[in-house]
Design a protein around this ligand. Structure first.
Ligand code: NAD
Ligand code: DAU
Length: 379
């Protein structure tokens, strides 16, 4: 049985990956700091499972990481752990520098020391897989070709810059020290267990509750959308068949404007929640001030992973969104638990309202109030 050290395995993508490993007879050691974005409820399906070991800790805590590696002797490390939300990186970049750059450096150092002492056959098979983002490539014009693995890095937000820096470190640890590391750069994921500060869960949950749906700017920014389980499957293929020292782009070949996403979610909700008093949900759409430095368009050319490793996305945009909405409709306990005081504070600050309650009852929160409130906060 293989052992994988998964970092950030209580977050959105990490937990979907860890749950998917259950049927694959892998032993998973799950290292997560349980920041606001990490949640043990995400891992409930593996409660009591002897092949899932949870360890609360920081990827930057060298003695802790060293002990985990020595005690568990993994065959691979897959690094999901990160601060991942662009808006929070604009509000307060420091934790992004700390975890994404300094934390990755410490994790690399400890992994390198562990890897160097492995017997030759295990050393050859070992992999360090660093999960990164398409945002490192910057922003595309309306007609430019999609990002390839050779597109130069041009990160625009503190988040993207911190991920780019971590990618460079991973690349350097392969080039300089021979660590068998691989980087993946993926587009926007959606699916179950995503923290509701990100576009799709925020819109689904606000719409269900009749709250405004805050669309930044003109709503015409484009992202390339991929269902989270398709991303996890791609990562498994990269772990098994990817070449050390290489990078693989992963994407959904599914470019959509934000307003298209929000309107599609609304019409699916009209159909899937027919008893909702808020139909048509698209009437809740509210344009708010734009994100600072908002990248206009991302698109990922993922032909390489298809050609070389045989991966392609299974879920269509509509089937993936239906599964996602169903999950949020069915998991009200999860929703309540992640909407802690800290989450409410964030929503109040980000959307420029004095109290998150202002976003809780639609009639008190007109589009104009939201617009002017967010303007006055300089959003
Ligand atoms: P997330 O914010 O939902 O989860 C991050 C997890 O990392 C959380 O469980 C958190 O507790 C943990 N964590 C944070 N700091 C830590 C630290 N110092 N030590 C240990 N654990 C720590 O993020 P996500 O959306 O699941 O993204 C996972 C990875 O995938 C990130 O590296 C992100 O950059 C990358 N990515 C995300 C997307 C996306 O659309 N969500 C797309 C491409 C790449
Ligand atoms: O591209 C991959 C990246 O996708 C990942 O690396 C990041 O970790 C992940 O958070 C995501 O970043 P985005 O900034 O693209 O995701 P977010 O869900 O925050 O926003 C998606 C788009 O929707 C973006 O253009 C901003 C817009 N948006 C977002 C929110 C939260 C709105 O219009 N209104 C909102 O309230």
């Amino acid at each position: 049985m293989k052992t994988i050290l998964v970092t950030g395995g209580a977050g959105f993508i990490g937990s979907n990956f860890v749950l998917g490993e259950k049927s694959r007879e892998t032993r998973v050691v799950n290292l997560d700091l349980l920041t606001y974005a990490g949640n043990l409820l995400n891992l409930q399906e593996r409660d009591g499972d002897p092949d899932h070991v949870f360890a609360k800790g920081d990827i930057g805590d060298r003695p802790f990481v060293r002990k985990l590696l020595d005690d568990n002797r993994p065959d691979a490390v897959i690094n999901f752990a990160a601060e991942s939300h662009v808006d929070r990186s604009i509000d307060s970049p420091e934790s992004f520098i700390q975890t994404n750059i300094v934390g990755t450096y410490h994790l690399l150092e400890e992994t390198l020391a562990f890897w160097k002492n492995l017997p030759a056959d295990r050393k050859d098979r070992f992999r360090f897989l660093h999960v990164s983002t398409d945002e490192v490539y910057g922003s595309l014009g309306p007609a430019g070709p999609a990002f390839t693995e050779n597109t130069p890095y041009a990160p625009n937000s503190p988040y993207a810059a911190s991920k780019a820096a971590s990618d460079h470190l991973v690349r350097a640890y392969h080039h300089t020290f021979g660590l068998p590391a691989i980087i993946t750069n993926c587009s926007n994921n959606y699916g179950p267990r995503q923290f509701p500060e990100k576009l799709t869960p925020l819109m689904i949950l606000n719409a269900i509750e009749g709250k405004p749906l805050p669309v930044y700017g003109d709503g015409l920014n484009i992202r390339d959308w991929l269902y989270v389980e398709d991303h996890c499957e791609a990562l498994r293929m990269v772990l098994e068949k990817g070449k050390p020292g290489e990078t693989y782009n992963i994407g959904g070949c599914c470019e959509k404007t934000n307003i298209e996403i929000v309107n599609t979610l609304c019409s699916l909700l009209d159909e899937m929640a027919p008893e909702s008093p808020y139909s048509p949900h698209s009437s809740l759409v509210t344009f708010v001030n734009d994100r600072l430095g908002h990248d206009r368009r991302y698109a990922v050319d993922c032909s390489r992973i298809g050609r070389e490793l045989g991966w392609r996305a299974k879920e269509t945009f509509e089937s993936g969104l239906r599964k996602t909405i169903r999950w949020y409709l069915d998991n009200t306990q999860w929703v309540q638990s992640v909407r802690s005081g800290a989450y409410r504070d964030w929503i109040a600050r980000q959307y420029g309202v004095a109290d998150a309650n202002a976003l809780q009852t639609a009639p008190d929160c007109s589009a104009n109030k939201l617009q002017s409130a967010s303007r006055s906060q300089g959003l």
